[in-house]
Design a protein around this ligand. Structure first.
Ligand SMILES: [Mg+2]
Length: 464
């Protein structure tokens, strides 16, 4: 059995703080004291012009409407990262009794950018606060910028999407084109962070102000032209919900077409391969082609089943994908137009929750050239996705389907997220999302799981 799991990530994990926190919106304001809304302040008013007393600050400044115009300070710190910066900044600010409205921090290659949005200090104190923060920053060799303003962050536009870009490598011109296309659809990029640098560079853009579907359509065209993979999903709580992942087997979970492995033992691989290729292109009815190919195996000794099981090569990243999904509480299944003689073995070896395929009929130690039971074809795969989802108690919109062939299309479209994996063009174009790098674990990034999280999980649990 060839080892198919990619090598362990060679680099050290990204420093703590490299991933900025998810925006959670403004906290619910505490009821402000009964008080008339402050007269609308002049647009250019400085902090000194707005004598908002302590106590009224927090509840009012976090609220909507008139409260949004209360004076605030944006404090930005930039420089070489080292322990104690965050504590140092807020310790300095604490002397001025300001309240924290927002904090964002990112560390890239050892450089920290820390932004704190705080309420303005009591009247007359801003100058002193500025001097003290600059003095502290200089003492720890950092740069500080303090900008007076009003209110909280501008509210994000309606329509929230997450755009994952996979590049191998990710080129500057591709990034520029994707960003321009997002802007072109009316979207605003609110946040960007790296999900992974191995085995591909994966970056996630949080976008607001545009609907998911037109954004997906616009970016799919751009991605194909650029040679990168782009997935667009609606942002929201459902993305974090427990889900079910259902995969095709041949040329998805494994690198092989199982019937071709059998055909090699039966000495009819060329005839079988020709039929398989045509079927995958959608040129042949799947059931007819299945019967035609299986018929060519008639008389093959049952010992070939064990041989084929040992010949199957998992797709790179398959073990990582399944192991990580299982640890995250996902249920994982396979559906195959191939054969239970192989999928049952994969189910046991990989710890899958569900597996369904066609069954080769075996009589007196020989393949009869027939299959038994209900045929798993294009419609059958979608039916099985629904059945697995029902058994797993997972709504269909929280399922993910992965496949490469024409007979996977119904399943891909029925799932909440359908991923065409190194698929034929007609499949790629019809699916929600396409992955065109040969690493199955890149699907994790489409689910918002970072490489760092994958590796952290591996460090705490035994490898399989
Ligand atoms: Mg396939």
């Amino acid at each position: 059995m060839s080892a198919s799991t990619p090598p362990t990530h060679p680099d050290a994990p990204t420093p703590e703080g490299a991933r900025a926190p998810e925006p959670e919106g403004t906290p619910t304001p505490t009821p402000a004291p009964a008080r008339e809304a402050a007269p609308t302040a002049a647009p250019e008013a400085t902090a000194e012009d707005a004598p908002v007393g302590q106590g009224a600050h927090l509840g009012q400044s976090l609220g909507e409407g008139a409260h949004a115009s209360l004076p605030t300070l944006l404090v930005k710190i930039f420089g070489k990262d080292r322990p104690g910066i965050t504590a140092g900044l807020f310790d300095t600010l604490a002397a001025y009794s300001v309240d924290v409205i927002d904090i964002e921090q990112v560390v890239t290659r050892g450089r920290i950018v820390l932004c704190a949005l705080v309420t303005a200090p009591p009247a007359g104190m801003e100058g002193d606060l500025r001097a003290t923060v600059h003095s502290w920053a200089e003492s720890v060799k950092l740069q500080a910028e303090i900008i007076s303003g009003r209110g909280d962050n501008r509210p994000r536009g309606l329509g929230r999407s997450l755009v994952t870009v996979l590049g191998h490598p990710l080129k500057a011109e591709s990034t520029a084109a994707i960003a321009a296309r997002i802007t072109g659809t009316g979207g605003n990029i609110d946040r960007i962070f790296r999900l992974a640098k191995y085995p591909v560079t994966a970056v996630e853009f949080a976008v607001s102000g545009t609907e998911t579907e037109p954004l997906r359509t616009a970016l799919a065209t751009e991605a194909h032209a650029l040679g990168v993979d782009v997935a667009v999903v609606a942002a929201g709580l459902h993305r974090r919900a427990q889900r079910l992942v259902v995969m095709d087997v041949d040329s998805t979970l494994i690198q092989d077409e199982v019937i071709e492995l059998f055909a090699a033992h039966a000495g009819c691989e060329e005839e079988v391969a020709a039929v398989t290729t045509a079927a995958m292109r959608g040129e042949l009815d799947f059931e007819e082609s299945l019967h035609a190919r299986v018929a060519l195996l008639k008389g093959l000794d049952v010992s070939s089943v064990d041989k084929v099981r040992t010949e199957v090569r998992l797709t790179p990243g398959a073990r990582t994908l399944i192991r990580t999904l299982k640890r995250l509480g996902y249920q994982v299944g396979v559906v195959s137009g191939g054969f239970t003689q192989v999928t049952d073995d994969l189910k046991e070896r990989l710890g899958l929750d569900f597996a369904h395929a066609n069954t080769l009929e075996i009589v007196d130690g020989k393949l009869t050239g027939r299959v038994t039971g209900e045929i798993v074809d294009r419609a059958g795969k979608a039916r099985l996705l629904r059945r697995f989802a029902a058994e797993a108690g997972v709504p269909l919109e929280q399922t993910v389907a992965i496949g490469d062939g024409a007979n996977d299309l119904d399943m891909l479209n029925a799932a909440g997220l359908g991923v065409a994996f190194n698929a034929k063009p007609m499949v790629r174009e019809a699916a929600h999302t396409a992955v065109n790098v040969p690493f199955l674990d890149t699907v994790l990034y489409l689910l918002g799981i970072t490489r760092e999280e994958v590796e952290a999980a591996d460090m705490h649990l035994d490898h399989d």
